[in-house]
Write a protein that binds this ligand. Structure first.
Ligand SMILES: Cc1cc2nc3c(=O)[nH]c(=O)nc-3n(C[C@H](O)[C@H](O)[C@H](O)COP(=O)(O)O)c2cc1C
Length: 165
């Protein structure tokens, strides 16, 4: 099977990580894949805040309602997009998905943690010192894992219609 297709098909959200750091150049490559995602009018309205320090991850984990496992991840990437932009949510989501796939290709598991218009979004932004013109789109936990996750997906035939519904 083609490698990209295999990685997309095998990716699942993983929330348990072993304590092994991610090399800086690997983290950089993962974010690089995020910044190459498509954006409306090619505006690239984003900034990616990468955190690896324990105290920072613990603080973010404390803020994110369903992201407590961020504390045990090797890294967390916060995706922000300019709020007065054409399609900040779509742009930031495209980058987020690229990051999930790039991480998986590097043998690193991830979980997308909700960031857009959550009760904690502004607290995360302020804590990370991100200017107000940006809004949080997602938080991504990243780490090596020894857990196998195979979450069941709806079969293709249940969700596809050809030509018309
Ligand atoms: C927009 C969005 C928000 C999500 N927020 C959370 C979250 O706050 N906490 C969490 O543990 N998982 C979160 N997830 C992960 C989903 O629970 C997960 O993708 C879903 O259960 C499907 O599993 P899979 O990723 O293994 O395919 C989120 C996923 C998306 C796309």
């Amino acid at each position: 099977m083609n490698e990209v297709i295999r990685v997309i098909k095998e990716r699942r959200s993983v929330r348990d990580y072993i304590s092994k750091p991610i090399p800086q150049d690997v983290l950089e490559d993962i974010v690089d894949c995020g910044r190459l995602a498509p954006t409306a009018n090619n505006l690239q309205p984003w900034v990616f805040v990468v955190t690896t320090e324990m105290a920072t991850k613990e603080k973010i984990a404390g803020l994110a309602t369903y992201g407590k496992f961020i504390a045990n991840a090797a890294a967390c990437i916060a995706v922000f997009c300019e709020r007065d932009n054409r399609h900040p949510v779509e742009d930031g989501s495209a980058a987020t998905q690229n990051i999930l796939i790039a991480a998986k290709a590097h043998g690193i598991d991830t979980c997308w943690v909700a960031g857009y218009e959550r009760s904690y979004s502004e607290n995360v932004r302020r804590f990370l010192g991100v200017p107000k013109k940006y809004m949080l789109i997602s938080l991504i936990s990243l780490g090596y894992s020894d857990k196998m996750v195979n979450r069941v997906k709806k079969p293709l035939n249940d969700v596809v219609r050809w030509e018309k519904y």
